[in-house]
Design a protein. Structure first.
Length: 159
């Protein structure tokens, strides 16, 4: 069974706007063939979208064209950390192979596409964008680092 979580999130957002209006107009459309959305947007956010789309360059262009000038924020999995569990099961360690190639990654809810970070950033440059920040998540330097480790509730992966 494949569940389209994007649809339920969209419906939730539209419902919240109805209950507590903030002046947000939600648009649900095919990113590869965007309708006329009116005036440019101040920002476009594409969280975990680009890796799931075969024609991602057209989608990135549509996002950038929809906002000029404005802020385009997108998130992707770092390619080094895709498919860690299958690698562990097969080799007993984490391995990255074919890093520089683009290829399909079949998953339970569809296909994602492996691409390097440089692939995405170089496309932004080709589209005339200026990169303001590249951020990688990490632990807060506060209490998380000094707190004792909790006991594991699941066993370690097999060796």
């Amino acid at each position: 069974m494949v569940k389209n979580f994007g649809q339920s999130l969209y419906e939730f957002a539209v419902e919240r706007e109805t209950v507590a209006p903030l002046g947000i107009r939600y648009v649900q459309a095919d990113l590869c063939a965007l309708p006329d959305l009116g005036a440019p947007f101040d920002a476009v956010v594409a969280s975990m979208v680009l890796p799931a789309i075969p024609d991602w360059t057209g989608v990135m262009r549509a996002c950038v064209d929809a906002l000029k000038p404005g802020l385009f924020v997108f998130t992707v999995n770092h390619p080094c950390f895709e498919q860690l569990w299958p690698s562990w099961r097969e080799h007993g360690e984490y391995r990255t192979r074919r890093y520089l190639a683009e290829y399909e990654i079949p998953g339970p809810s569809g296909v994602d596409f492996h691409r390097t970070i440089a692939t995405y950033l170089n496309q932004l440059v080709r589209l005339g964008c200026q990169v303001a920040e590249i951020a990688e998540p990490g632990l807060d330097a506060g209490p998380n680092r000094s707190a004792p480790l909790a006991p594991r509730s699941t066993p370690d992966p097999p060796r």
